[in-house]
Design a protein around this ligand. Structure first.
Ligand code: ADP
Ligand code: PHD
Length: 564
């Protein structure tokens, strides 16, 4: 008996060939969108494995079910034909990659230099547009309506986008409506004399909406069929946490259905706005937190089950530390999702903190590349990697951290002390980064920006201390930094020994140390004022010294540049 997959109008998982897993994976969308070929697809059931939910070979409900085709029969040619036309990867270009007309041209060339790819493109706003929009909004709150049109930032944004359109030879009208609406919105802010988080998100959305329109128009002008999409119109459903919204599960099938549906009916490269979504209750435009286009890219990668997610930056990949702190930082060739997630969460600006989640869930490799130097191999991020040679991967610095020492007023054996402390943070909506604890005392650090965009204000800190003082003696320490050593858990003793030699030699006192459950990260807390010096010293010790020279338990390490 054979299973025929061309019963029109029935919702079934679409089978796409995944080179990565050598298997067919179901992607959810209407069958009629896909099976638009004259003859039916026929599979021999003996070659199919049931969905992991145990119900059907082609499970209509269980998104997790993979259907492995072990052997292909006479449908092979048709499958290959179908596969040959599939979207293959997502390519995300950040603000620095599309900062002006020249950069847009280069990005277009770069995309076309991969003729074997059929990519979905995700773009951020041009250059520093998001910062300028935010500044314009802040100024509009107090400048008065009559002065809005003279705002320096508004003129900058208008000039940049109109000039780019002109230089690329695309019609100005494609962004005309947006520029007009942007000025109206700033007038509205000036009238109201306030900018709510919801308004802020709407305001910054103009950046991505305009960059994608210009770029799509340019591709069409040079004969490459492209279609612009606003993420909030194609199924990016988020929480209503304006300025830092989370992607909701419903996004994946919705985005897949829309992008694949359009692609099948008329193949044009999708150009999607990064960073933006639509709040599920408010239906208003939301943003995914600064740098959120990385998350847009990985979400699309997972939604479409693509082979690879590429994020194109202005550096040669993820580096051994922030190049602004230490210019001799070097690219890290390979990272795991866990390492990359820790690195991003603990402050490496290069990746959005949440962006690894969809990639890990979909097991889709992420490649971080340099759009200014496309020949550089970049960083490949995958589920696992060979750790046999690896000691320290990267050093990350998170500044402006608040630290709390909390000691119970009772003595040993007090039940529920930790629970009470953490429920206080939950009640106050404050998130905690690094924790070290004994039975009667806790040291912890607070996320410097409670909602990524908003600093904890003194009033909130005072209130928090007041609450905690009901059960403990509290010492609040500000202006601290977290230095995160992302490395190989198997070598944690070596990493610690080496790190403490460096810190000791530099006269730096570590105020707290913690190794999280993931164990890829050892966090050290030091004073803000000493942090950069620490990172530089650690970098030269770990990355410019032959670590094999270290005698276990001894002090045999040599400094690479004699800086300590
Ligand atoms: N560990 C790191 N590796 C690479 N870049 C880093 C690191 N830490 C900080 N950065 C900074 O991150 C920048 C790239 O991130 P971002 O500006 O968000 O890129 P884009 O806007 O192109 O997406 C680099 O220019 C670099 O200054
Ligand atoms: N434009 C947004 C979103 C983004 O992801 O930008 P970039 O890719 O340039 O970091 C921001 O500046 O935050």
């Amino acid at each position: 008996m054979a299973i025929t997959l061309n019963s029109y109008g029935v919702k079934t998982p679409y089978l796409s060939f995944s080179r990565r897993a050598s298997s067919f994976q179901p992607i959810w969308r209407q069958q009629r969108l896909h099976f638009n070929v004259s003859a039916p697809f026929v599979y021999d059931p003996s070659t199919l494995r049931n969905c992991s939910c145990g119900k059907l070979a082609f499970c209509l409900n269980c998104k997790a079910g993979n259907v492995d085709v072990l052997e292909k029969n006479d449908t092979e040619n048709r499958e290959s034909e179908q596969v040959a036309n599939e979207l293959t990867c997502v390519m995300k270009f950040g603000g620095s990659s599309v900062a002006n007309a020249e950069r847009m041209r280069e990005v277009a060339e770069l995309i076309l230099s991969f003729p074997e790819e059929r990519p979905v493109i995700v773009l951020s706003a041009m250059g520093k547009t998001t910062n300028k929009l935010l500044l314009a909004g802040e100024k509009a709150v107090s400048c008065g309506v009559s002065n809005v049109s003279d705002l320096e930032e508004l003129s900058f944004i208008k000039n940049l986008h109109l000039r780019t359109a002109d230089e690329l030879g695309v019609e100005r009208f494609i962004i005309g409506k947006h520029l007009l609406e942007l000025e109206q919105l700033l007038n509205g802010i000036a009238i109201m004399k306030e900018m709510t988080p919801r308004t802020k998100d709407y305001l910054v959305s103009f950046g991505e909406c305009m960059s994608t329109r210009i770029f799509a128009a340019y591709l069409n002008k040079i004969g490459v069929k492209a279609r612009q999409y606003d993420a909030f119109e194609i199924g990016f459903i988020t929480t209503d946490d304006f300025t830092n919204a989370d992607i909701l599960e419903a996004t994946y099938p919705a985005v897949s259905k829309r992008l694949y549906g359009d692609w099948i009916s008329n193949s044009a490269i999708p150009i999607v706005t990064g960073f933006l979504g639509k709040g599920w209750r408010s239906c208003a435009v939301t943003t995914l937190g600064r740098g959120g286009s990385d998350l847009t890219a990985t979400t699309i990668g997972k939604a479409l089950g693509l082979r690879e997610i590429q994020v194109w930056k202005d550096v040669d990949g993820v580096l051994t530390c922030d190049p602004n702190i230490y210019p001799r930082a070097e690219p890290v060739p390979h990272l795991t999702f866990d390492e990359a997630a820790e690195l991003a969460y603990f402050g490496a600006q290069v990746l959005h903190p949440q962006s690894m989640r969809p990639a890990r869930e979909g097991d889709i490799p992420v490649r971080v590349k340099n759009s200014y130097n496309s020949k550089a191999p970049g960083t490949l991020i995958t589920r696992t990697r060979d750790m046999s040679e690896s000691v320290l991967t990267s050093i990350v610095l998170k500044r402006n951290v608040t630290m709390l020492d909390i000691a119970s007023t009772r003595m040993l054996g007090q039940v529920g002390f930790l629970a009470k402390v953490f429920s206080t943070f939950e009640d106050l909506g404050i998130s905690v980064d690094v924790v070290a604890t004994s039975e009667v005392s806790i040291s912890l650090t607070l996320d410097p920006s409670k909602l990524w965009s908003r600093e904890l204000i003194q009033q909130e800190l005072d209130h928090m201390v007041e609450e905690l003082e009901k059960i403990a003696v509290v010492n609040l320490l500000q202006n601290r930094s977290i230095i995160s050593l992302i490395g190989n858990v198997q070598r944690s003793s070596l990493i610690l020994e080496k790190a403490f030699q460096v810190l000791w030699a530099n006269g730096i006192n570590v105020q707290m140390i913690s190794q999280g459950a993931s164990k890829v990260n050892i966090s050290l807390i030091v004073n803000d004022s000493e942090a950069e010096q620490c990172v530089r010293a650690l970098h030269s010790a770990f990355f410019e010294t032959d670590l094999s020279q270290i005698v276990p338990g001894g002090g045999g390490a040599k400094s690479g540049n004699g800086s300590f």
